[in-house]
Write a protein that binds this ligand. Structure first.
Ligand code: NAD
Ligand code: MG
Length: 384
């Protein structure tokens, strides 16, 4: 049976992995909408290749270039942030939410309102809108399938089991490129060093998040909304090999783990085929070649991000949205060479300490908190 698919953030790392799987199973999919921020030539090439019905560029200034690139193709084009939301609102059997940052929130919510399957990579959207998004999933009868590798692992380990029987859930973390660096060396880390992840090939923002451990902090909050077992049951362990993608421990002492290669096509395939399975071209896991799997406790002195995220999750309401927005702005400032690596967590901590908006009741409330937290962090970055 042919299923329809939209990819929000089609030109990114997750978008490319998703479309690689679709390319290998072309007859199974009809592509509805592909979106990108500004890379129109890549977007046009993908829209052609996959005979998309619609291609949308978020940066409206790029619309004429997109129109020209797709002239005569019969593929509809549109531009602007609202057009991305409208593309998501067309609905599809499966929508892959792979925009980076809170910019993906409104489109993801629009897809949820159509009630299909949302394969979620865009963790910042769920972190910012936690309760608002999970309530919408229930109200519109949508199915939220995580493709973040840890959450996809947990989802698989929970399959067929009751959350009431869970004793703990442990998210594994590679520890990022700086896991063995001293505090002193960390303060001089450059953007080029931060985006060079040892195990995974990812977009720039999530690579910096892996280096600060904010990625794991955001994932802790993501897990809290996806798998509501209580924050005291959510743990983090550093596992440098990134082979065990996460674990669920049950009350009887059984721990189930999901293992696989460090290739996002594995969790993406699990969501695309769910509840069935599909082939991937990924090399099979060769444990004898890997030899050793090691684990250690995270160091929250050098990497305070996971502690800040846990505090934000405990506070709940709008605080995770503040944490996320402050981090997005601080990461952008670091990548632009404006602030030191260790200032990212310091700025997030500072903004969390001085700004406590009321719990959001709607998407508009979340977006307002996000905008204000961004403005506050920018002021801080400018005065640093
Ligand atoms: P990326 O930077 O490679 O791609 C981001 C995509 O979003 C691009 O298509 C870009 O054009 C689009 N985009 C960026 N800003 C936008 C905006 N303002 N409006 C509309 N579109 C915009 O990022 P990525 O690594 O593919 O990550 C995407 C999401 O998936 C992130 O939330 C990330 O945390 C999550 N994720 C990624 C990986 C990975 O391996 N790359 C793993 C787990 C989770
Ligand atoms: Mg992850």
């Amino acid at each position: 049976m042919v299923r329809s698919l939209s990819v929000l953030g089609a030109t990114g790392s997750i978008g490319a992995s998703t479309l690689d799987l679709v390319r290998r199973n072309r007859a199974d999919w009809r592509v509805v909408a592909l979106t990108a921020n500004s890379s129109v030539l890549d977007l046009a090439r993908l829209a052609h290749e996959f005979s998309a019905e619609l291609a949308v560029v978020a940066d409206e200034a790029q619309l004429p270039a997109l129109r020209e690139a797709l002239a005569g193709s019969g593929i509809a084009v549109a531009g602007g942030a609202q057009a991305v939301v409208e593309a998501a609102a067309r609905g599809a059997d499966v929508t892959v939410a792979a925009i980076v940052g809170c910019a993906g929130l409104a489109p993801t919510m629009a897809a949820i309102e159509q009630g299909g399957i949302i394969a979620l990579a865009n963790k910042e959207a769920l972190v910012s809108a936690g309760e608002v998004m999970t309530a919408a999933v229930t109200r519109y009868g949508a199915t939220l399938l995580p493709i973040d590798s840890e959450h996809n692992a947990i989802f698989q380990c929970l399959s067929g089991n009751d959350l009431d029987h869970v004793r703990s859930i442990t998210l594994t973390a590679s520890g990022g490129p700086f896991r063995d660096w001293s505090a002193e060396r960390l303060s001089a880390a450059t953007p080029a060093e931060a985006v060079r992840h040892p195990n995974w090939d990812m977009g720039a923002k999530i690579s910096v998040d892996s280096a600060t451990m904010f990625n794991k902090g955001l994932e802790l909050i993501e897990a809290h909304y996806l798998f509501p077992v209580g924050l005291d049951r959510l743990r983090i362990i550093v596992h440098p090999q990134s082979v065990v993608h996460s674990m669920v421990e049950y009350r009887d002492g059984s721990t189930l783990a999901q293992l696989g290669p460090s290739d996002m096509r594995v969790p993406i395939a699990s969501a695309l085929a769910w509840p069935a399975r599909m082939d991937t071209p990924c090399a099979p896991l060769d444990l004898a070649a890997i030899g050793e799997l090691t684990f250690r406790a995270p160091d929250e002195e050098r990497f305070p991000a996971t502690r800040l995220a846990r505090q934000a999750a405990e506070a709940g309401g709008a605080i995770p949205a503040v944490l996320n927005a402050a981090n997005e702005v601080a990461v952008a400032a670091f990548l632009a060479g404006q602030i030191a690596f260790t200032r990212i967590a310091a700025q997030v901590d500072h903004v969390l300490g001085c700004f406590a908006p009321a719990p959001p009741a709607s998407l508009a409330d979340v977006l307002a908190v996000d905008a204000e937290a961004r403005a506050r962090t920018r002021e801080l970055a400018a005065s640093a």
